[in-house]
Design a protein around this ligand. Structure first.
Ligand code: HEC
Ligand code: HEC
Length: 233
């Protein structure tokens, strides 16, 4: 009986770990794997404590102004995942590449294969990294248009509510003015980039113990983003 149970368990475990994607087992594990995928989307070499690749990404156009950033997913596909049709359209980061919103809901294994194809070449990433990125692309993309007005670049959240959330969730590390940082910019410095702030609020900061709010009501992160626009730069 016990032996039977063990063999059933072994079969279940084997089913999870074989195949291209290592499938997380529970809803809680899936949510944290998605958040980790979001941090890798932001900056995988920072999250993995690896060196930034020396040369520009092979799919990054020669005309692009930020070759040093070109291995980060966000540099080609944007903080709102909409590529050339979203927040990238206006500024000088636009390299005319489409977004990844069309891949939302797709099979993570197929997305993982895209990340290893010639266009992307993420061979340095491990299987778990590819799996988490693919899970983020498939199940983790937030519809930022709900929370940020694209044309006006303004958050739609409630800044007064956001102040309460910010002071209790964020100020312990960032200070009530958002300026208490160790290495990065002040929270208020992202005033013109509410999409980046929202992505980081949902998924956390690469390689830092910053919380990922993605399992909470998304309005909380949106309200925090609205409030953060009022912080000094
Ligand atoms: C240097 C630019 C560049 C970077 C960086 C980049 N991509 Fe892409 N990505 C592309 C191009 C080009 C395409 C193909 C677009 C097309 O088919 O016209 C693409 C397509 C995709 C697609 C398919 C979209 C669809 O609608 O089918 C996904 C998913 C994707 N990328 C995910 C990622 C992820 C995740 C990362 C980071 C690990 C990443 N990309 C980094 C350039 C880039
Ligand atoms: C446990 C500490 C901690 C908490 C709590 C925390 N953060 Fe962070 N956050 C960090 C660290 C560390 C960094 C990396 C930059 C630095 O050194 O300050 C960072 C970076 C950021 C950045 C990027 C700044 C840049 O350099 O461009 C933003 C935006 C941000 N946090 C927003 C928030 C928001 C919003 C909250 C509340 C929901 C929050 N953080 C809560 C530790 C924290």
């Amino acid at each position: 009986m016990i032996a039977h149970r063990i063999s059933v368990l072994a079969a279940v475990v084997a089913a999870f770990v074989t195949g291209f994607i290592v499938t997380p087992a529970s809803a809680a594990e899936i949510e944290s794997a998605i958040a980790r995928g979001g941090k890798l989307y932001d900056n995988w070499y920072k999250e993995l404590k690896m060196e930034r690749p020396d040369s520009a990404h092979p799919s990054y156009p020669a005309s692009g102004k930020y070759p040093k950033q070109s291995w980060r997913c966000k540099e080609c596909h944007g903080w709102d995942y909409k590529g050339k049709d979203g927040m990238l359209a206006k500024g000088d980061h636009n390299v005319g590449i489409k977004g990844i919103t069309g891949a939302a809901g797709k099979d993570p294994a197929a997305i993982g294969a895209i990340l290893k194809d010639k266009t992307h070449g993420y061979d340095k990433l491990g299987e778990k990294d590819i799996a988490d990125l693919a899970l983020f692309v498939s199940k983790g993309q937030s519809d930022m248009g709900k929370f940020i007005d694209l044309a006006a670049a303004k958050p739609k959240g409630n800044a007064a509510k956001g102040e309460v959330y910010y002071n209790t969730l964020c100020a312990g590390c960032h200070g009530v003015d958002g300026k208490k940082v160790s290495t990065g910019a002040a929270v208020g410095a992202l005033k013109d980039d509410p999409w980046q702030l929202l992505h980081k609020a949902f998924n956390g900061q690469p390689a830092e113990a910053m919380p990922a709010l993605r399992s909470l009501d998304p309005a909380i992160a949106a309200d925090i983003v609205a409030y953060s626009q009022t912080l000094p730069q």
